[in-house]
Design a protein around this ligand. Structure first.
Ligand code: C2O
Ligand code: CU
Ligand code: CU
Length: 486
């Protein structure tokens, strides 16, 4: 076993595609930050967003085109193999009210077939953008998606086939679904956390590579907020800032904190919490979202970084595997809040008061399924219920019944578990109730060697995918289907 693990470590270093170059990067990066020499900090920009969708009476419409697009992650070198929706990374933000009709006229101008998935929305299976429900949109072809997002919250969209390469190259975007009682912050700032692995010499996207990287998940050597490293957002002391965080990375778990500021978590995947809570730092796993309220208490003229701390997918407690992270071991800045002069009286934040039934106090007696996650280092595979897509047995459950589920992670590695089409509350890890107020989730961390329990009202029947959101794992078959019967 020891020999195998050592071999794995060796392998990761030797074969990370830019090879020796990456090792060089790691060496120089151990105290200064890997990307430090490469990146020019961006000029300060306004704090906020511009919606890409066009509002109408009860509708939001968007023409969405995926095409080749060379973008700059902050190195000054355009990525030749870059892709984008409507020529921006991230793609256009869709904004709608809960219950609105959203129409997306999608055109595929790339040479790769694809479907677009609306991550976290409880919509119909036909519009969910997975290939067992629709034919992929071929190069040069179009498809119109139409759906009615029922729940306020912060969501995102991305291609669902070849996710590991297409997201890395720049195809993802965000969605803000609002509810009537929702407060407004002075700055509402969606942030897509992503990393990209660049060749140290060419500063181009490193070609996908090696079985070991596939098994470990690809960690990048540039950390980006909204498609670029080291952005700065202009704020003024006194303002209220709503950070909407989503992790679109292939594999990186982000463990973030905001220098000099308190982070108050006001919402999770599908909407606001009944009760906010303060977090010193926040783990955001691939696919997951958090809404974080920040009071701008910084000093005029100063900048404060959102810092990312290294997170090991194989933690020391459960594994002797030492992972190589091209970002090094230290905390790294991701973006800055840059304070201008003066001070304003901010708009006080009004927390919406969603009625979230707490399954914790009322654990469902109906049991749905226990998924077992495992990995076979020797065989170089990851499995669910002992198999890989498309051989993972179908799970069938009755809809509109409060149902308890479990995920048992028998592997030495964290996996971000994601289920389409319904919303869930995480109840306990190894029988110990999870802390914090009840929250609607569609994606969460399944820690190594542990069993999670979670519950859902299963009020959206259909055939739904579930999978690990480490995109290499999803591509390798760590995915299955669940039928929620009418
Ligand atoms: Cu974010 Cu099945 O995906
Ligand atoms: Cu999804
Ligand atoms: Cu996984």
């Amino acid at each position: 076993m020891l020999i195998l693990l050592l071999a794995c470590v060796e392998d990761t270093r030797d074969t990370s595609s830019p090879g020796a170059n990456l090792d060089d990067t790691a060496d120089t990066g151990s105290d200064t930050g890997t990307e430090a020499d490469w990146i020019t900090p961006a000029a300060p920009e306004a704090c906020g967003y511009t919606a890409g969708s066009t509002p109408g009476a009860g509708t939001a419409t968007l023409d969405l085109v995926a095409s080749d697009f060379a973008w700059d992650p902050g190195t000054g070198t355009l990525l030749d193999t870059g892709l984008a929706f409507n020529g921006t990374v991230p793609g256009p933000l869709i904004e709608a009210n809960a219950g609105d009709t959203v129409v997306v006229n999608f055109t595929n101008d790339t040479d790769t077939e694809m479907t677009i998935h609306w991550h976290g929305l409880r919509i119909t299976p036909e519009m969910d953008g997975v290939m067992q429900m629709m034919d992929p949109v071929q190069p040069g072809e179009s498809f119109t998606y139409e759906f009615h997002p029922p729940d306020a919250g912060f969501y995102w969209y991305h291609p669902h086939m070849s996710g590991d390469t297409l997201l890395e190259r720049g195809l993802y975007g965000t969605m803000i679904i609002r509810e009537a009682s929702e407060g407004r912050a002075d700055c509402d700032l969606p942030i897509v956390l992503d990393d990209v692995l660049l060749d140290d010499d060419t500063r181009q996207i490193a070609p996908p590579d090696t079985d070991m990287m596939q098994l470990m998940g690809r960690l990048g050597n540039v950390l980006m907020a909204n498609g670029r490293a080291l952005r700065s957002y202009e704020v003024t002391r006194g303002q209220t800032i709503l950070l909407r965080l989503v992790n679109s990375s292939n594999a990186r778990f982000w463990d973030v904190r905001l220098e000099g500021h308190t982070m108050t978590v006001v919402g999770a995947d599908s909407g606001f919490l009944a009760e906010p809570y303060v977090a010193e730092h926040l783990l955001v796993v691939p696919g997951e979202r958090y809404m974080v309220l920040v009071e701008a208490t910084g000093e005029p003229g100063q900048s404060y970084a959102l810092l990312n701390n290294r997170f090991q997918l194989h933690d020391d407690e459960h594994s002797s595997m030492v992972e190589y992270d091209p970002m090094g071991e230290q905390e790294n800045p991701v973006f800055y809040l840059a304070y201008g002069e003066g001070e304003v009286e901010g708009t006080p934040w009004v927390q919406p008061t969603p009625d979230i039934p707490a399954f914790e106090d009322n654990v469902p007696t109906t049991f749905g399924h226990q998924w077992v996650l495992d990995e076979d280092m020797m065989g170089g595979t990851v499995t669910i219920d002992g198999a890989a897509w498309p051989d993972v047995p179908m799970v069938t459950v009755q809809g509109n019944v409060d149902t308890l589920f479990e995920v048992k992670n028998d592997s030495e590695m964290h996996h971000p578990f994601h289920i389409h089409g319904n919303r869930f509350q995480l109840l306990a890890i190894d029988g110990v109730p999870v802390e914090g107020p009840p929250a609607w989730k569609d994606t969460w961390d399944a820690p190594p060697m542990s069993t999670l329990s979670f519950a859902s009202p299963l009020d959206n029947p259909g055939e739904w995918m579930y999978h690990c959101h480490i995109l290499e794992h999803a591509e390798d078959g760590m995915a299955g289907l669940m039928t929620v019967e009418e």
